[in-house]
Design a protein around this ligand. Structure first.
Ligand code: SUG
Length: 456
């Protein structure tokens, strides 16, 4: 069974999933993400959202994969509202925001940090010059509700990957359009073995200086300049990195991150025919840098349209290594409900190719905001020694799972509308829940309310 193999390997890939926060709701904040704008103002169920995410984490831990938990952020972000000139007590600020047409309270209450593929870009120690695991926290500067995540993300990552002899957690890049960075959602690492040097693949939506083509309808959130800065910071060898531009037409069709149209793991790239500009060149460069060992599974537009890929999140799946040398594909339930996609997946599974198993999970609460299985996780390849240096309180196991489920059951509401964000009790509930969580996960004081209201 894979359990023994993945746990005992000298290096392996761990997934760190974002625990959904208690203010999960549908704010419609992400222009270009059609699920987010399409489901705006629907009633959300934060309790169900958190339990759905925990069930996926536990299932992967049970299959033998290393699975970690990243904590949610404190919301509403009152320190940002104070920066914007709102004054008074916390409760006075919250109630004074009820009528703002800009939706400030909703944006400042977003639980969007659950999508930890956007928390950071991670380079394993086998790829970096100083042989440490490097993280660059994503600035997420394209969206107001997400641009406020990076400082807490850095604090949380430093509380988990705290030993500087093994881990380097870099602050976010400058908060400018030229350096728009959305983290691992636009980054894939190919390798033969997680512990050996791999090929890091960076996909950008536009080039800020000197770019030729860009989407015209929706924003390209990731820039080439940001990818290049991450490559420099992490000390990656250019002989083992590949940069590619996303096809602007698919961004305009709702593919706001590359992980909505492509996923890769080890020596497999699974992507749509329309994912990249100049696909043939991209595959050739990847293959050359992988010394010919790359397997590309390209899904033809005749088999699955871009619209069906966006609706089902076929490519926002997790490709997971198995002990038999093949891979599992973990997809959201929406794939089952999209006939062309489900037919494709049935054929894929029995094709004799590198993917021989499907896992299907219900992640509807997150999916309705445009966040599938792959959005919910940050991949960190670790050696066995590095894994020992990770704050052990965050590893998912038989003890942590019931503790977190009970914590959710006790602290989360089962219905949340935008108007509920005005409820003065919600802030009290959030802070008391997060205080307890930092103890369960043994994180120490990381939140602004624990740091006397400061976000620095
Ligand atoms: O940034 N949705 C997120 C979804 C992120 C998905 N991540 C990856 N593809 N890796 C986003 O657009 C919606 C929030 C709202 O509208 O309430 C939101 O932020």
């Amino acid at each position: 069974m894979s359990a023994a193999v993945t746990m005992n390997a000298s290096a392996f890939e761990a997934n760190f999933d974002g625990l959904v926060g208690p203010t999960h709701h549908y704010g419609g904040h992400s222009f270009g993400n059609v699920a987010s704008t399409g489901n705006a103002k629907q009633a959300a169920n934060p309790r169900e959202a958190a339990l759905q995410g925990l069930a996926k984490m536990k299932a992967l831990a049970d299959l033998g994969y290393r699975q970690g938990v990243l904590p949610p952020q404190e919301r509403p972000a009152l320190w940002v509202l104070r920066d914007l000139g709102y004054t008074g007590t916390d409760q006075e600020i919250i109630s004074s925001l009820g009528n703002t047409p800009e939706g400030y309270l909703s944006a400042m209450s977003s639980a969007s940090s659950m999508w930890t593929a956007n928390a950071a870009t991670v380079s394993p120690s086998a790829d970096t010059q100083d042989r440490r695991v490097h993280f660059t926290v994503a600035n997420l500067q394209n969206k107001f509700h997400r641009a406020i995540e990076h400082r807490q993300t850095a604090r949380s990552l430093r509380a988990i990957f705290s030993n500087p002899a093994y881990f380097a957690v870099h602050d976010a890049l400058p908060m400018m359009a030229a350096f728009g960075d959305e983290g691992a959602a636009n980054h894939t690492r190919f390798c033969d073995d997680y512990g050996k040097q791999g090929v890091e693949f960076f996909v950008y939506g536009r080039q800020h200086w000197g770019g030729q083509v860009e989407p015209t309808k929706f924003p390209a959130r990731q820039t080439r300049e940001a990818c290049e800065a991450v490559i420099r910071r992490h000390g990656l060898a250019l002989s083992h990195t590949v940069l590619a531009q996303q096809n602007p037409a698919v961004i305009d069709a709702g593919v706001f991150h590359n992980d909505v149209i492509a996923v890769g793991n080890q020596d497999v790239l699974f992507c749509h025919q329309d994912a990249f500009l100049h696909s043939a060149q991209v595959y050739a460069e990847l293959s050359e840098k992988m010394a010919g060992r790359l397997q590309v599974i390209e899904v033809a537009r005749d088999a699955v349209s871009v619209a069906d890929a966006v609706k089902s999140y076929l490519f926002n799946s997790q490709l997971l290594a198995k002990a038999n040398g093949k891979q599992r594909l973990l997809v959201p339930e929406e794939c089952k409900n999209t006939p062309a996609v489900w037919a494709y997946l049935q054929a894929l599974q029995s094709s004799g190719g590198p993917i021989d198993e499907l896992l299907v999970y219900d992640l509807k609460q997150s999916m309705q905001n445009g966040g599938g299985p792959a959005c919910l996780r940050l991949r960190v390849a670790l050696t066995a020694q590095e894994a020992l240096e990770v704050n052990s309180g965050v590893w998912m196991n038989d003890k942590l799972y019931p503790q977190l489920c009970s914590w959710v059951e006790r602290n989360y509401r089962d219905r949340l509308l935008e108007s509920d964000l005005l409820d003065p009790l919600l802030l009290v509930e959030v802070r008391s829940a997060l205080d307890e969580l930092t103890q369960i996960l043994r994180l120490g004081s990381i939140y602004p309310f624990q740091l006397h209201g400061r976000d620095e």
